[in-house]
Design a protein around this ligand. Structure first.
Ligand SMILES: *Cc1c(COP(=O)(O)O)cnc(C)c1O
Length: 438
């Protein structure tokens, strides 16, 4: 009998394979070595022929040294936190690409001297929201709120309604963040009703700020009341409004969703928001408002710990100055256009159905956007997720729905290819999807 251990090729002999040498340039040596070692272990175990080691190592190589994979979001949830929230626009991706190497992020090419970091992003945001005296950008909205407490309310009271003590998701609770940063929360009102008097009688010598939080993932219905921000702004303390979603101006399709320009026009001192929800840009936290307060935040020592990198600055500026980002395009896409796209997916096992998309963790809780989905057998859901690119739909009532509102039209071809693979010969004989509404 052949002893596989004696016939196992040497690692460097396998590594000399031109395909593996090329892969070492593309992927780095450690990943190629790991693939080769895995193949050689199989040879030693007698599971693989010695002369198949190189082929097996090549087959085991990852496509990229980074493991995040491309996903087609067919969930119908426009801002899907588990899928990376907002996808960047083509213009923002190009800006990230250009800034990825050396770039003039803090350098003035004209004078050859140091330049002000992020100056042009701040100018773009100020131009987009003329009512803001000043703007500051940090890593995310949570960082903006923490920096606000550090700079404006350390050890002091922040007055907030009991109806707005919210958990964003994954156990992240805003009240915990505010107290961890050193604020003393002064809760007023009840879960369903808070009045201006509740706020007014809580404001005292220890009060630094009044905070309003937009509940971005739930609504309170029935016997409710909250105080319009115009009235809150009459209180004798700066009002900070965390709007969450990051709309810079009103969005007609989402009339109940707050926006930066309107909030400032109604008198709040500061607005905080995320960059990667309805704004449609990279992860970032945006602060707009009174120059004295923004400056105190920007100059606080902790500002350095939450500052954004050049890639974020590049993507954010391109999002604000450039063409509409995919989030806005998806939000506003007319149903007729979705129906036309759906009609191009005529395949065995695929039916076209009416659907309802949502904005998602980014805001507009309770809002349903009319949409169109491809309905495929539920058993296709897993192979679709495991494909490249991965396709993620939502499974309901024994079907997997692929909602076209959240699929970038540029990905229709890739989606069609993924479905074609599943609708192929292996599925011949499957009963047709049956009559469904369209
Ligand atoms: C999403 C959200 C946050 C957290 O924002 P991040 O950018 O994820 O840190 C804070 N407040 C509200 C109201 C939100 O909707």
């Amino acid at each position: 009998m052949n002893d596989p251990r004696r016939n196992t090729p040497r690692a460097d002999a396998v590594l000399a394979d031109p395909r593996l040498r090329a892969a070492a340039v593309r992927l780095g040596r450690p990943l190629v070595h790991a693939a080769v070692n895995g193949a050689l272990a199989s040879v030693r175990a007698g599971e693989l022929a010695p002369d198949a080691a190189a082929d097996a190592a090549v087959a085991a190589l990852p496509a990229s040294p980074a493991s995040l994979r491309r996903v087609i979001n067919a969930t119908g949830v426009i801002v899907h936190t588990n899928l990376g929230r907002a996808p960047l626009s083509t213009a923002a991706i190009a800006a990230v690409h250009d800034a990825a190497g050396h770039t003039d992020v803090e350098f003035d090419v004209d004078s050859g001297a140091r330049g002000r970091r992020g100056a042009s992003v701040l100018a773009a945001l100020r131009a987009a929201v003329p009512g803001a005296e000043a703007v500051h950008v940090v890593n995310n909205n949570a960082a903006a709120l923490a920096l606000m407490v550090f700079a404006l309310a350390p050890g002091r009271e922040v007055v907030v309604s009991r109806g707005e003590l919210i958990e964003i998701g994954d156990g992240f609770r805003l009240p915990d963040l505010l107290t961890a940063a050193g604020a003393v929360l002064r809760e007023v009102g009840t879960t369903n009703r808070t009045t201006l008097d509740d706020y007014a009688s809580a404001v005292g010598p220890q009060t630094a700020l009044v905070l309003k939080l937009h509940p971005s993932n739930y609504t309170v219905r029935g016997f409710t009341s909250s105080v319009p921000i115009r009235d809150l702004s009459t209180l004798d303390r700066p009002v900070v409004y965390d709007i969450g979603s990051g709309l810079l101006g009103p969005e007609p399709l989402l009339p109940d969703e707050p926006d930066v320009a309107s909030a400032l026009a109604e008198g709040v001192a500061l607005v905080t928001a995320s960059g990667d929800k309805l704004l449609g840009g990279p992860q970032a936290g945006l602060v707009f408002g009174r120059a004295d307060l923004v400056t105190r935040m920007a100059r606080h020592p902790l500002a350095r710990a939450v500052r954004v990198d050049k890639l974020t600055l590049a993507a954010l500026e391109a999002t604000v100055r450039g063409p509409l980002p995919p989030v806005t395009v998806a939000l506003r896409a007319p149903v007729a256009g979705l129906r036309t796209r759906a009609a191009a997916f005529v395949l065995d096992g695929v039916a076209v159905v009416d659907s309802a998309a949502t904005v998602g963790g980014g805001g507009a809780p309770g809002v349903e956007l009319p949409s169109v989905a491809l309905s495929v057998p539920a058993e296709w859901a897993r192979p679709l997720r495991l494909g490249d690119p991965a396709v993620v739909g939502r499974v309901a009532n024994g079907r997997c729905l692929l909602d076209l509102r959240t699929v970038d039209p540029a990905d229709d071809e890739a989606l069609r290819a993924a479905l074609n693979r599943l609708a192929g010969p292996a599925n011949a004989g499957r009963p047709p999807a049956g009559p469904e509404t369209s």
